[in-house]
Every structure is written in structure tokens, then in C-alpha cells.
Design a protein around this ligand. Structure first.
Ligand code: ATR
Length: 276
């Protein structure tokens, strides 16, 4: 029996066990994927226990995405650039390798839902400068976006991301107060904050001056149609919802742990099952 799981604190709301459970059944693999709650003060000892128990790896969620890095023997280039690890593999000697698949999830979902997107054809604007923003920024720069704009309530945090990722492409900060004056050549506007999520205030943005071909993407998936996406739909923009990012980021880990020859597929049915 191949074992994997997700570690976090709290972790009971994680949808990852259902995603991987669906794929395990689909492939007929004798494996398990459990959620493991680890309080921060118990972190290292519990990770060692999981290794002793034979875990092949795990996903990492809040609040452990940064502190797991100190326990990794190897960290891949993407995770280093993003500064966080969300996927870990354990080899036969108990050595840990850290990856970050959030940028993969963000980009794959976008390409799947808007296959005509041409990254070299215009610029993108990311709203927010937290951990998720870093992954999205890295993904867009690696795809060769012509220019990346960042806007965040606290300008300094956007500046830090721009500084850290400057070797990957052209990045410019837009003042939060000017966020409704969009650059003309935007092909993508994406919310990377939790604003618009159930129980959170909505993102205060006015899309009136955004060109109508610009894709509007929200990484929030509860609700699926956030106030931002509802506004975008009203104005006739193509939209991308956030659930696909969650599903796509899970694919590389599944393949690594359970040894499938390809990555598991994301389908409309899977989206529905996971949203239920
Ligand atoms: P994560 O790592 O999940 O992205 P985070 O690091 O807490 O989460 O970042 C949250 C993002 O939401 C930040 O960009 C934050 O802006 P600040 O850097 O100014 O805090 C943004 N955010 C949260 N509440 C906000 C609000 N009411 N208005 C505007 N931005 C907000």
C-alpha cells in the first residue's frame, strides 16, 4: 500500500483527500491519501514519523509551506524561486525533495480554459502579493508574458516579489489607488488574494476601463463565481474560475508518489465532484 497525504494546520477542510481518492480509484491503485494535522510545535517530529511509517510524500498547506523547506534535502528551481514548497517526495533513503506545483496549477488551468491565450501577446495584472501571488507571477513570467504588473494594498510586498523575480522578466508595480486604470494591452487580470471568498469582503475593483478581450481569472473557488467574476461576466469578459487551479496543482504529486506513467486528468466531472 502506497501512502501519501496532506499536512497542514488546520487541515480538515482540505479537498486534497477527495481529489487523490478519486484518482486512486480511477487508476485502481492500492494506495491511501490522508489528511494529517500537524501543529507547528510538533512539526519536525511528526514529519519524521510519517517517513518512518513509509509515506512516499505529501502535500503541504498553511502554515507549513515555508518551514517545510528547512527539512528538505533538495528543493527544485520553481519552489526556490517561489520561496515555498507545496509538494514533497520521500525517496527510499528517507530524503525529502520539495516542489511547488501552484504555478503549474495556475497556468494549466488557464491554458485549459482559455486555449487561445498567447502569453507573448500582451501583459498581465496580478492583484495581491501574498504566497499565491508569487506562484502566479512566476508561472506567467516563465510562460513569457510580455510584461507583468503587480498591484497590492501594501506596495512594499509587491516590490519584494518584483525584486525576487526580476531575473525572470519585466515587472512593474501599479499603485493600489490606481488599480482601476488598466494598461491597454492587458490580456489577463487575476485575483490572487482571498478577497471574494465566502466570509471575506469582496475585492474592490471596477472593470469599466478594462479592454473587453481581457481574461479575468480568480483563484478563489468558493463561491465558484466570485463577485469579481460576476462583474467580469456582466461586462462580457472571458473568465476562468479557481477550482481548476486546485485540481491541476495536485497532478504532479500524484504521479510522483503513486508512480503512474502519466499525470491524472482533470475533467468537468471531477470539478463537479470536488465542488459538491
Ligand atoms: P496568501 O499567502 O494565501 O496569498 P497572504 O499572504 O495573507 O495570503 O496575502 C493576502 C493578500 O490579500 C495580500 O496581498 C493582502 O494585501 P496586503 O499585503 O496589503 O495585506 C491582500 N488583502 C487581504 N485583505 C485585503 C483587503 N481588505 N484589501 C486589499 N487587499 C487585501
Amino acid at each position: 500500500m502506497i501512502k501519501a497525504g496532506v499536512i497542514g494546520y488546520p487541515v480538515k477542510h482540505s479537498k486534497s483527500p477527495r481529489i487523490h481518492g478519486t484518482w486512486l480509484k480511477e487508476y485502481g491503485i492500492n494506495g491511501s491519501y490522508e489528511s494529517v494535522e500537524i501543529a507547528p510545535d510538533n512539526f519536525e517530529a511528526t514529519i519524521k514519523e510519517l517517513i518512518t511509517e513509509g509515506y512516499k510524500g505529501f502535500n503541504v498547506t498553511i502554515p507549513h509551506k515555508i518551514n517545510i523547506m528547512t527539512l528538505c534535502d533538495t528543493i527544485d528551481e520553481t519552489a526556490k524561486a517561489i520561496g515555498a514548497v507545496n509538494t514533497v517526495t520521500v525517496d527510499e533513503n528517507g530524503k525529502l525533495t520539495g516542489y511547488n506545483t501552484d504555478s503549474f496549477g495556475f497556468i494549466e488551468n488557464l491554458k485549459e480554459k482559455q486555449p487561445a491565450i498567447n502569453f507573448n501577446n500582451g501583459s498581465a495584472l496580478l492583484i495581491g502579493a501574498g504566497g499565491a501571488a508569487r506562484a502566479c507571477a512566476y508561472g506567467l513570467l516563465k510562460e513569457g508574458i510580455k510584461k507583468l504588473y503587480l498591484t497590492n494594498r501594501t506596495r512594499q510586498k509587491a516590490e519584494t516579489i518584483a525584486e525576487d523575480l526580476k531575473s525572470y522578466g519585466d515587472i512593474e508595480i501599479i499603485n493600489w489607488d490606481n488599480r482601476n486604470a488598466f494598461p491597454e494591452d492587458l490580456i489577463l487580470l487575476a485575483n490572487t488574494t482571498a478577497l471574494g471568498m465566502e466570509g471575506q469582503p469582496s475585492l474592490d475593483i471596477d472593470l469599466s476601463n478594462l479592454n473587453r478581450n481581457c481574461i479575468v481569472y480568480d483563484i478563489v473557488y468558493a463561491p465558484l463565481i466570485t463577485p469579481l467574476l460576476a462583474q467580469a461576466q456582466d461586462k462580457g469578459h472571458p473568465i476562468v474560475t479557481g477550482i481548476g487551479m486546485l485540481l491541476h496543482q495536485a497532478r504532479p504529486g500524484f504521479q510522483k508518489w503513486f508512480g503512474t506513467s502519466d499525470m491524472p486528468k482533470v475533467s468537468a466531472e471531477l470539478e463537479e465532484v470536488i465542488l459538491r
